[in-house]
Ligand binder design. Structure first.
Ligand code: 2IP
Ligand code: CA
Length: 401
């Protein structure tokens, strides 16, 4: 058996086999995604914890060109590999999803010798190690550590998940993966950044694995898994312990691993540190000094899910479908949602007070290329309680935005 991933075994909830009775497809899909997110989180932890890998992750881009490129590539490799693992593990269990699991990264990878390699999970650990060694300039130690993590078997013991029975055919849904959201913090972020009212302004905490499922025909998010690989550090071993959250919102069924957060007495909003001064100013009458700033689009959405902030407001098109799909599904499962800010403001100004336009996940933006096709171009507002969305829209509309 492969060695255990650091930080996974000791939490006590990860590895005991759980007999999987006849689960309806959606529940089995959810279990599969949670399992894949656990493996992904294990690989993310491994790259930060194993010296051989961490050195590659944080190495400065100095030295000859070849060296510079290799270092840059390794950062991308961690992302690509995690995405491929999720695609592989989930696709193996649900062949109906093949071709419908997409993510931020392309698996075509050029190594420092200029060879183009397709990063993928091979049939055996040895083959995967061989492929990774070619990607990693024959760094055998790094390749073997990663291959062991890729082929690690992760069995969940999660009674709440095991009990679930849901019916939605996998052939009607598709998946968005963000293998590591907040990549900058993943690479450079510190452990132990002090939270402000529960929200970490920066640091490793904001690096998340996001897996979202949406309905292929309506584009609505229906299922989401957020995994926090760097939730806490064991003070004695300094190993990372993670946790995960999931939610389902499908045809009137709402289920979530978390409870709907209660309304907080002091209003608070979470923003990107690059949010425009105009928007910050417009929100001040509502939130006063309780404007909080944090890295990571997924992390800010998680802050709303956990009730640490009433809303996440983003006026720019700097997030993508893979950033928002999973948190959006969880927000819906909790009775909230995530609107397209530009479209919702337009509707609000026109006097619309019913359902406001939420983000959808199935259609690319026309007339643009690359990742931009999947940008949430109108910005967004994430909320649990509808009244918080209304307050934000009315503030921004009053400010002439
Ligand atoms: C990024 C990441 C950034 C976020 C940006 C995302 O994804 O979450 O932190 O910007 O919108 O696309 P900000 O921190 O200003 O909210 P990735 O790290 O996967 O590129
Ligand atoms: Ca992202």
């Amino acid at each position: 058996m492969s060695p255990a991933l650091p930080g996974r075994l000791r939490t006590g909830i990860r590895v005991l086999a759980d007999p999987a009775p006849c689960l309806a497809p959606m529940a089995a899909l959810l279990r599969s995604l949670v399992g894949a997110s656990e493996k992904a989180a294990g690989i993310a932890q491994l790259c930060r914890q194993e010296e051989a890998l961490f050195q590659l992750l944080v190495a400065e881009k100095t030295g000859p060109d070849r060296n510079k490129k290799f270092v840059q590539d390794f950062k991308t490799l961690a992302d690509v590999l995690i995405q491929e693992v999720i695609k592989h593990d989930v696709g193996k269990e649900f062949p109906e999803l093949c071709g419908h699991i997409c993510g931020e990264e392309s698996n075509h990878f050029q190594n420092s010798l200029g060879e183009t390699l397709v990063v993928q999970v091979c049939a055996t650990q040895q083959d995967t190690a061989g492929l990774l060694a070619r990607v990693l300039d024959q760094n055998q130690a790094a390749a073997e550590l990663l291959a062991a993590a890729v082929h690690q078997e992760v069995l969940l013991q999660d009674p709440a998940l095991a009990r679930l029975a849901l019916a939605v055919p996998p052939e009607s849904v598709a998946v968005w993966i963000d293998p590591i959201d907040s990549t900058n913090q993943y690479i450079r972020g510190q452990a132990g950044v002090a939270p402000v009212d529960g929200i970490c302004p920066s640091g490793l905490r904001s690096a998340l694995v996001l897996i979202g499922v949406y309905d292929r025909s309506s584009g609505e998010p229906v299922l989401g898994v957020i995994n926090e690989p760097f939730f806490q550090e064991d003070p004695t071993t300094h190993r990372w312990q993670g946790r995960y959250h999931w939610g389902v919102a499908y045809q009137g069924t709402s289920l979530c691993s978390l409870s709907r957060p209660l309304l907080q007495p002091a209003a608070c909003v979470v923003l990107s540190s690059s949010e425009t001064p105009v928007v910050q100013q417009a929100l001040r009458p509502l939130y006063g000094e309780r404007l909080r700033f944090a890295s990571g689009a997924g992390y800010k959405m998680l802050c709303v899910i956990l009730g640490l902030a009433d809303a996440y407001v983003l006026s720019e098109g700097s997030t993508f479908k893979w950033d928002s799909c999973a948190p959006h599904a969880i927000l819906r499962a909790l009775g909230g949602g995530m609107v397209d800010l530009a479209a919702a403001l337009q509707a609000w100004r026109a006097g619309q007070r019913g359902a406001l336009p939420e983000l959808t996940y199935h259609q690319p933006v026309e007339g643009v290329m690359g990742a931009e096709r999947w940008a949430n171009r109108g910005g967004l507002v994430a909320f649990v309680h509808r009244q918080h969305l209304e307050e934000v829209l009315s503030m921004l509309a009053d400010a002439g935005l």
